[in-house]
Design a protein around this ligand. Structure first.
Ligand code: FAD
Length: 1002
């Protein structure tokens, strides 16, 4: 029987658990994977965990408030499938969520706080995955244009549109569009939409002047209506909203975004980018914008720091792609409705949970290619070493299980000694057992039980704690891991839960169930407004124990940023530090409650009107004044892994993809991992878990929103689903994938190489590439031996194939025909071998690639290819440390890159030349020197050497030497000369096609 792959997952947050769930989904017979989860402490949930306080009504104590957005397709899908697997009634998952179609942003106008209620129209769609996708900028821009126009024309401002202003607006539109004046566009926004339609093939080519004139006309239309409307909050607010909308539209219309996606503006701060796009300062300082920053804790040292790309994509997805409601509040804490059932389900699927296991370090093999050893500490011993820790408790009077605030001491050896020690604290003084546990990579030399060996590791422990866990990775891969650990930023957060003995309405707030943001003045220091967001979470009281004592009448959750202490001690036995931090937080919260809470809740003022009525807080009898806060829950999220992951400008390129670790048996899960939704949120964490499981299993899994949604990236191969082939043929197919493998270059007699080319193609000497090239008698041939992963079309959210591929490539090839497009030299591939049928089929039929099925096996640098034409074999080893192209060690790569970076030319079965572009993205690839032997016979080597084996030096030592590399590539759609590109062809490819086709040879 085949051995099952042992997967060790570290961390018990939503990302890690999603990865475990999806692995089980791909392994229904439980024959492929042995899964073990190792996590700190006694409970699951990570930043969404809950602890039920058995001494106080089983209150649910949490890290902070958690709201789901209506666009969390992957997260809702997870809940839906989990409930289905558990055999729960079809609609039971719905009971856990309450759709919310509005939220409040607090405005500070002339020193007065005013609630600004913002509504979003619900729709009939069901949250989850429904096959609809498409988050490219141009798609979102079109939706935005319609949405803003409809909203504007249906707003009260519309009645103040002045006829004269309308006439001049129509003139302006007519001039830009080149249409008669009587062609009426209701606003300049539909004219922009028409312009997009008109230049559908190349939206990025819309003239900046036309764009500015139309957006300017819209702004003037709004200004004139606002000017004519009566002064007041309503007009002022619409003015702000449409100013922001104008900025977004202008920004999205920029060529960079339309052609390269949201990543193109990642280096810019969101507010600065909006300002560049014409937004007024007062709009950028408005409550709605402040609220957006609060929502993502988007500040570093009190300064706004959100990437323009990530911020814009998240905002557009929230506004335009939500299903049902824009937000969903939770009727139970996530840890109860999701983590507890998930835990039970995964136990049933034989996933082994190892609570009380702290991951300390990942140790690399000496060549950096594998995780060889994992160091953990076991925090406690169980009384019965053969038993498994049972983490859930019953909530008295309720029919579900939850997680306790402390571990169950009765199951733990000497458990009574644990009381008062926090196993989840980086500064715990619990010496406990602290037994070291080592997991070793299973190999022929290291065998062992599933308990102490692993094949694959998934790192899901949250970003903040990775610096020490990943120190070897940082040293070995400074360009990728080092950069990631340095450049992805996090922030501490502060959360408060208040149990009140009055209903929300009795406090003077008339919108129960509120989610509110923007309740802070950015110009003041942090202690003035430590908590900027509030959620009325009163429905959660229903899940508390109702048996004894008084049940609160309302429950308020507040959260905010918590600035770092001046000095944060490194993890060490120092419990005084977290205690001091709670006191620092309370020192700001108490005056804030006295000063600010009565602003929100006018009836919460004390009798003399000087501050907060502390009697409203539930507390034991005899507790007076601010001491009643001690009976609430104040939480400082200061442990390294608890820090909220930020999306600061320029950090996107430092994030690592779930399968982009550079290490063959290490995968990532977490909201800090690159997914395409690169923001600290539940959806990003779920996406990363799914992507990691997809990468490991090679299974077919739809992950809406995954990848750079801006690009419709480019195809090479893919899908087992034949119906999609039609779509591919229709136009904008696009494929991406990642490859890991070896590159070898050999030089051969030019006449012999020429014989590998079909009629119509000739060698173009690669002048300037060294003496061999200049002699014109020798020509290079490049061989790529690779393991391909996640190969899929970018526009279809399924796929993700794995296979071997061996490419023979002749660089510097030209076309003989006088009518041939220039744009070359080209690269021609006389042979491509794959061990998977679908990509062969697609490659041959769509691209004219000479693909053949072959039997290919590989292990590290050894590849064996057997096909109908003959055999190829390699025996390559790595030499030296890996690094990126910019590293001086790899200066010789430049010449090989010049061989590989040209467009591809191929010949279809119908005899037409086809052009495409395989972008290896070498700037972000990882390289390592390699050397050894390659066995090539005829016909692959046009001048076979007598021994059949060639010695290949390393690129570190010689030009055109061998190297190992790992990269994520893109392949363009295929284009034929003379054929007009279809309108669905993506803009970046349009640019490529234009270069290729426009310049004809003299
Ligand atoms: C205050 C606050 C409010 C938020 N509100 C929202 C919201 O409203 N909506 C939303 O979508 N998102 C919200 N988020 C973000 C969301 O909670 C996170 O994005 C998500 O929970 C991250 O999940 P994760 O699995 O990536 O990491 P985590 O949840 O951090 O999980 C990490 C796991 O690893 C474990 N671990 C850590 N170190 C070790 C170690 N050394 N060894 C073993 N195990 C370890 C931890 O115990 C934990 O189980 C909020 C976050 C915070 C902090």
């Amino acid at each position: 029987m085949m051995q099952r792959t042992r997967v060790a997952i570290f961390g018990g947050g939503i990302a890690a658990l999603t990865a475990a769930f999806e692995l089980t989904e791909q392994d229904p017979e439980q024959t492929r994977y042995d899964i073990a989860i190792y996590t700190l402490g006694w409970r699951l949930g990570g930043k969404c965990l809950v602890g039920r306080d058995a001494h106080r009504d089983c209150r649910a104590l949490e890290h902070g408030l958690h709201v789901w957005a209506g666009f969390y397709d992957n997260s809702f899908d997870l809940v839906q499938r989990l409930y289905a697997r558990l055999g729960r009634p079809n609609d039971e998952w719905r009971e856990k969520f309450e759709g919310l179609n509005h939220f409040t942003a607090m405005e500070l106008v002339d020193g007065v706080w005013k609630p600004w209620l913002l509504s979003a129209r619900p729709n009939a769609r069901d949250p989850g995955i429904d096959g609809n996708g498409g988050f490219a900028p141009v798609t979102l821009l079109r939706t935005l244009l319609t949405w803003v126009e409809e909203s504007f024309l249906n707003s009260p401002l519309a009645q103040f549109l002045e006829p004269n202003a309308q006439v001049s607006m129509h003139r302006e539109i007519a001039a830009v569009m080149g249409v008669p004046h009587d062609v009426v566009f209701p606003t300049p926004l539909s004219a922009i939409a028409a312009l997009l339609d008109r230049s559908a093939a190349e939206p990025a080519k819309i003239e900046a002047g036309d764009r500015d004139r139309l957006v300017g006309a819209f702004r003037r239309q709004v200004t004139s209506a606002v000017g004519a409307a009566p002064d007041g909050d309503e007009a002022r607010r619409f003015d702000i909203l449409y100013d922001l909308a104008g900025g977004l539209i202008q920004g999205l219309l920029s060529a960079d975004v339309l052609s390269s996606g949201f990543d193109a503006i990642d280096d810019l701060e969101w507010s600065a980018w909006m300002k560049q796009n014409g937004c007024r300062q007062d709009s950028l300082e408005s409550a709605i914008v402040r609220g957006c920053y609060d929502y993502v804790f988007g500040y570093v040292k009190g300064i706004r720091e959100v990437s323009a790309g990530v911020g814009t994509l998240a905002l557009l997805r929230l506004l335009l792609t939500h299903k049902g409601s824009i937000f969903y509040t939770l009727r139970e804490p996530m840890a109860d409705f999701l983590f507890a059932p998930l835990y039970k389900y995964l136990c049933g699927r034989k996933v082994k949970f190892n609570f009380f296991h702290r991951l300390d370090a990942l140790h690399l093999s000496s060549d950096g290619s594998r995780i060889e050893r994992v160091a953990l500490s076991r925090q406690v011993d169980l009384k019965d070493p053969r038993a498994e820790y049972e983490p859930l408790i019953d909530v008295p009077g309720r029919d579900f299980k939850s997680w306790p605030i402390h571990p169950d001491y009765s199951q733990i050896k000497n458990g009574h000694l644990l009381e008062g020690h926090d196993l989840e604290s980086a500064w715990t003084d619990w010496a406990g057992t602290n037994n070291e546990v080592t997991l070793r990579l299973r190999s022929p030399d290291v065998q062992g039980s599933a308990i102490d060996t692993f094949d694959i590791a998934i790192l899901g422990t949250g970003f903040g704690g990775l610096h020490s866990i990943c120190h070897e990775l940082r040293d070995f891969y400074p360009d990728t891991w080092g950069r990631c650990l340095d450049e992805v930023k996090t922030t501490q957060t502060l959360a408060v839960q208040l149990w009140l003995n009055k209903e929300t309405a009795q406090l003077g707030w008339h919108d129960p169930g509120t989610v509110l943001v923007g309740f802070g003045d950015e110009r003041r220091d942090w202690s003035h407004s430590p908590l900027q967001s509030w959620q009325d979470n009163t429905p959660l009281l229903a899940a508390e124990y109702a048996g004894g004592g008084r049940i609160a009448r309302s429950l308020a959750y507040f959260v905010g940023v918590f600035p770092d202490a001046e000095v944060i001690p490194p993890p060490s036995p120092y419990p005084q530090f977290p205690k001091a931090e709670i006191e620092r937080a309370k020192a700001a919260i108490v005056p804030w409650m006295n000063r600010q809470l009565p602003v929100l809740w006018p009836n919460a003022r004390d009798a003399c009107g000087s501050g907060f009525n502390w009697g409203l807080l539930q507390a034991p009898p005899g507790t007076a004044g601010a001491a009643r806060l001690d009976a609430q829950y104040v939480r400082v999220n200061i442990n390294p892994w608890e820090r909220y992951v930020l999306s600061t400008p320029g950090s996107l390129r430092s994030r690592l993809w779930p399968d982009g670790t550079g290490v063959s048996n290490l995968f990532l899960a977490g909201d800090w991992v690159r997914t395409g939704l690169d923001a600290g949120c539940i959806e990003a964490a779920v996406m990363s878990g799914r992507a990691t499981a997809r990468a490991i299993t090679g299974g077919s899994m739809s992950i809406p929103g995954f990848g750079n949604s801006g690009r419709i990236p480019i195809p090479v191969t893919l899908l087992p689903v034949v119906s999609l082939l039609k779509q591919l043929k229709a136009g904008a197919a696009g494929g991406v994938g990642s490859m890991e493998g070896y590159c070898v270059t050999i030089w051969r007699d030019s006449d012999a190489v020429q014989r590998l080319l079909p009629a119509g193609l000739a060698l173009d000497p690669p002048l300037g590439l060294g003496p061999e090239a200049s002699s014109r008698r020798r020509h290079p041939i490049v061989f790529l031996f690779s393991r391909q992963k996640n190969v899929r079309p970018g526009f279809v959210p399924i796929g993700g194939m794995r296979y071997h591929e061996v490419i023979e490539l002749i660089p510097f090839v030209k076309q003989n025909s006088i009518n041939a497009p220039s744009g070359g030299p080209f690269n021609y591939m006389p042979h491509l071998f794959l061990d998977e049928i679908a990509p062969v089929w697609i490659g041959v039929n769509l691209y004219g690639f000479n693909k053949r099925l072959a039997r290919i096996t590989s292990r590290d640098g050894s590849f064996q290819v057997q096909c109908d034409l003959g055999e190829i074999g390699t025996d390559l080893s790595e030499r030296g440390l890996p690094g990126q192209a910019a590293n001086p060690r790899f200066s010789r790569l430049k010449s090989v890159r010049r061989l590989l970076e040209h467009p591809l030319i191929s010949l279809t079965t119908s005899g037409a030349f086809v052009y495409s572009h395989l972008d290896f993205r070498f700037d972000s690839a990882t390289f390592q020197g390699a050397y050894g032997q390659v066995g090539l016979g005829a016909p692959f080597d046009p001048e076979p050497c007598p021994t059949g084996t060639l010695d290949i030096p390393s690129i570190v030592d010689e030009d055109f030497g061998a190297f190992r590399f790992q990269t994520n590539w893109h392949l363009s759609v295929p284009l034929s000369a003379g054929i007009e590109p279809a309108s669905v062809v993506p803009p970046d490819l349009q640019a490529f096609a234009a270069t290729l086709l426009s310049r004809r040879r003299p």
